[in-house]
Design a protein around this ligand. Structure first.
Ligand code: GDP
Length: 460
């Protein structure tokens, strides 16, 4: 079945570097013909006689014409990225040269690779499990320190280790149950129920932890929508400029950035805060409570976190309390930020708002306590008991499979509580194992694999 997935007989080729003009481009071949094909275009040396993991300089010649002078890197399978024979041709970066070399290589017998096909082969050859393969795509797309760290950790097998632990727990459980089934006539409980409970509880805890990490994984991978709102003249533009001066993230290549709704992106401690355009609120002359701009309110509700900025000199504690009540009624995750503390002095202001908990006092204009605000923003999205060092789920496919695992485990615990027979418990455990296997790729089907790898870029 595996052979059919990619047609392992053929040799694939693609440009591995970013499209367009660059100093150097890398063209990568993988497959049983990789060495023969390159050799036929590289007269300076017989590549078939060279050791693996060596570099060779020479010309690429096609139809009697030199296309470029290149460096060829040799990786003999299985000690290569895909597990097959791999050759990387580093040529000059002109798109014309890249195209000429690709043409020559395909004429000599290679076929253009589909997106993700190199990594797919690596997976099918057992070089990576599926979570590691997927993290290759994440790694390429990572755009902040935090998303890079989680992708890197996954690629090196962090997540897979936890899943193997989970699998072992479940397999021990089912072994105990099945042992009991073998001796059912004897009416003995081999599988000590207390031990079974312990195993299911341990597995449950592991999974819950992973499932909970998804919220944060999502934040790390995709950033968090953030709205800075408040009455006119509260100081929103001033604050925004202060933040942007220090923390503006490069947005052009952040996946999923919708230009019309996202104004700017801040990178604070590796987390991307996508500032939602709430121009409606900023330009309105009404107070925030009376803004009829439905759309803007909807945007606020979409935000992962809302920074409510108010002028401490103009607002009363009662006003503020009303605003808090309305945020709470709408289930909005908000941060209260009192601005312009420089005018009346911090202590007088703190006295004025002493009844209200959790206000951050800043002066946007003087940059006072703006760092505290950044810290508070990070805390707001990272709250919970998840540590960035832990394994973090960033992939929706893994998340939904883990939820299925959790459901199956619930059935197991319920089953034990209700004294259902061992063979039924074993079925539920097998279901849990099945969904775990889907995550790592031990249980999978062709369509699903094709789908997963099709989301990669070509050349990976
Ligand atoms: P927005 O309407 O909420 O965007 O408010 P702006 O950022 O345009 O600020 C309104 C006015 O308040 C401007 O004149 C700012 O210079 C001023 N302002 C903003 N922050 C502070 C502050 O911390 N202290 C003082 N004294 N003035 C501020």
């Amino acid at each position: 079945m595996l052979g059919k997935l990619t047609g392992f007989d053929d040799t694939i080729v693609a440009v591995a570097t970013a499209p367009g003009l660059g100093a150097i481009a890398v063209i990568r071949l993988s497959g049983s013909q990789a060495f023969d094909i390159t050799n036929s275009l590289f007269p300076s040396k017989d590549l078939l006689l060279q050791a693996s993991h060596t570099l060779h300089f020479g010309g690429i010649i096609a139809d009697g014409r030199i296309i470029d002078e290149v460096v060829v890197s040799l990786y003999k399978g299985p000690r290569s990225y895909t597990g097959e024979d791999v050759i990387e041709i580093s040529c000059h970066g002109s798109p014309y040269i890249q195209q000429q070399i690709i043409d020559a290589v395909t004429k000599a017998g290679a076929r253009l690779a589909k997106p993700g096909e190199f990594t797919q082969r690596a997976f099918l050859n057992g070089k990576l499990d599926l979570t590691q393969a997927e993290s290759v795509a994440d790694l390429i797309a990572s755009n902040s320190a935090a998303s890079h760290q989680t992708a890197m950790q996954q690629m090196r097998g962090g997540f897979s280790k936890e899943l193997h632990l989970l699998r072992e727990q479940l397999i021990t459980f089912s072994a105990l149950i099945e042992l009991e089934l073998d001796f059912s006539q004897e009416d003995v409980e081999f599988a000590d129920r207390t031990r079974l409970y312990e195993l299911v509880t341990a597995a449950n805890t592991t999974i819950r932890h992973l499932i909970d990490s998804f919220r944060m994984g999502n934040v790390i991978k995709n950033g968090v929508n953030t709205a800075i709102v408040g009455k006119p003249n509260a100081g929103k533009s001033t604050l925004l400029n202060t933040l942007l001066n220090e923390n503006r993230a490069i947005v052009s290549d952040i996946a999923g950035t919708t230009r019309d709704t996202i104004e700017e992106v801040l990178n604070i401690e590796g987390i991307l805060f996508r500032l939602i355009d709430t121009a409606g609120i900023r330009e309105s002359n009404d107070t925030i409570e009376s803004i009829g701009v439905q759309k803007t309110m909807e945007k606020i509700k979409e935000a992962g976190v809302v920074v409510y900025l108010f002028d401490v000199n103009e607002n009363s504690a009662e006003d503020l309390q009303q605003q808090i009540d309305s945020f709470q009624a709408d289930n909005i995750n908000f941060l209260l930020v009192g601005n312009k503390t420089d005018i009346a002095g911090e202590s007088a202001i703190q006295e004025k708002f002493s009844k209200i908990q959790g206000i951050l006092f800043i002066s946007a204009k003087n940059h006072a306590h703006v760092d505290d605000l950044k810290q508070a923003l990070v805390q707001k999205v990272l709250s919970g008991d998840i540590n960035t060092e832990d394994t973090i789920i960033t992939n929706a496919r893994h998340h939904s499979a883990l939820q299925e695992v959790l459901k199956s485990l619930h059935d197991v615990s319920n089953g034990m509580d209700n004294g259902v027979p061992g063979d039924l418990l074993a079925l539920d455990i097998r279901r849990a194992l099945h969904f775990l296997g889907e995550i790592t790729g031990e249980v999978t089907n062709e369509d699903r694999l094709d789908y997963i790898f099709s989301k990669f870029c070509i050349g990976k």
